[in-house]
Write a protein that binds this ligand. Structure first.
Ligand SMILES: NC(=O)c1ccc[n+]([C@@H]2O[C@H](COP(=O)([O-])OP(=O)(O)OC[C@H]3O[C@@H](n4cnc5c(N)ncnc54)[C@H](OP(=O)(O)O)[C@@H]3O)[C@@H](O)[C@H]2O)c1
Length: 345
């Protein structure tokens, strides 16, 4: 094994990471959060997962984002995280923000999808069991559900907090209007929503129209997921499609990488190099340029990728000229696969 079996977290772990307040709440999140959607299922070696998680925590990444269905198979990312939690991170539980979610498909039958109280409460309990935790720090409704009244979903989130299963609650991929409705109900119940988790990157800018302002008005933080556009906004595809990549492994829509998008990736890569950054680093700096964005939520399939991405924290601020140049290429490129869920309610 390349690293010691007994983990002692880096003593300097809080020296470089900025921590931002989530909206007007008391919760501070690291500028960069690690997500476990891909790369933490049973198809990946547990030791690699462990090394990535250790590296993250050693660099001040206190926030780990999970969901009931992450894997493959569904549930395995939480189970693997639970194993590593027990081995390495148990002494550090109070220094970690661990989130989970329910809303997307988890199991067959009427209680494995949506926003019902039945699904959310049972799923939260199952997530806690898989991860070996007493509580999660943040629990999200993972996507809007047209078949459940928003009052029921938000009341279920309130219940999760009151029953001690979650400390904070949030929503994901909600439209501005649904966010306002949900927050009104949540406030009336006494458990305001702490955070919104939407997709956001240089190739997917939908939240700039209204959602960012809505979240600021509603006192909610914003954690921007797939800030690297699932790897498109990195050097991964500059010279073809590696077999080991998300696209090469058919875990991403192959239509996302067309000729126009590849041209944009190359142009943006050239801008990043002129700034002395990797494209991944520039993509992370770019989502964090907005004050409303609390944290950039990224994935990594290796320690090297994660370390490279963390280098975004050393970046110089963007000049107006650089932002204008980026704007020529940073346009919506049809990669928001969550749009249908947002528009479903
Ligand atoms: N709320 C929701 O509905 C929702 C939906 C999606 C995601 N999320 C959350 O957001 C997290 C991040 O999503 P994501 O994995 O799509 O994020 P992402 O950061 O946009 O993409 C991650 C992928 O980019 C590549 N990569 C990362 N860093 C790199 C680097 N420095 N250089 C080169 N390539 C690099 C890797 O691709 P390869 O695997 O090809 O190496 C990695 O798997 C998820 O884990 C999850 O927690 C939430």
């Amino acid at each position: 094994m390349a690293y010691p079996d007994v983990y002692h977290a880096n003593d300097n772990r809080y020296e470089t990471m900025p921590y931002n307040r989530s909206g007007n709440t008391g919760l501070k999140l690291p500028a960069i959060t690690l997500g476990l959607w891909h790369n933490f299922g049973d198809d990946r070696p547990l030791e690699t997962q462990r090394e990535i998680l250790r590296t993250a925590f050693d660099h001040g990444v206190t926030h780990f984002d999970l969901a009931n269905n992450y894997g493959p198979p569904q549930g395995s990312a939480e189970a693997n995280f639970g194993r590593i939690m027990a081995k390495d991170f148990a002494p550090y539980r109070d220094e970690m923000i661990i989130s989970s979610k329910a809303g997307w498909y988890m199991q067959d039958g009427p209680y494995g999808f949506g926003g019902s109280r039945k699904y959310l409460v049972a799923s939260c309990d199952a997530s806690l069991k898989r991860m070996g935790l007493d509580y999660v720090d943040i629990f999200y409704h993972h996507r809007p559900d047209p078949d459940t009244p928003i009052e029921e979903t938000v009341a279920a989130l309130d219940f999760l907090v009151r029953s001690g299963r979650a400390l904070y609650v949030g929503v994901s991929s909600y439209s501005p209007e649904l966010t306002r409705r949900a927050q009104k109900i949540a406030r009336e119940l006494g458990t305001p929503l702490t955070i919104h988790q939407p997709s956001y990157s240089m190739f997917n800018r939908w939240i700039e129209d209204e959602l960012l302002a809505t979240c600021a008005d509603e006192g909610m933080g914003v954690i921007a997921f797939s800030a690297l556009a699932q790897g498109l906004l990195t050097d991964r595809y500059l010279d073809g499609v590696p077999e080991s990549s998300r696209l090469g492994a058919h875990k991403m829509n192959s239509g996302f990488l067309n000729d126009d998008t590849l041209t944009a990736i190359r142009e943006l890569n050239a801008i990043a190099l002129r700034r002395g950054q990797s494209l991944a680093q520039m993509a992370i700096s770019w989502v964090l340029r907005r004050d409303e964005v609390t944290s950039a939520l990224i994935g990594a399939s290796s320690v090297e990728q994660l370390k490279n991405s963390l280098g975004a924290l050393d970046a110089a601020p963007f000049s107006d000229e650089e932002l204008a140049e980026i704007d020529k290429w940073a346009v919506d490129r049809g990669i928001n696969q969550w749009q249908g869920a947002t528009e479903s309610v």
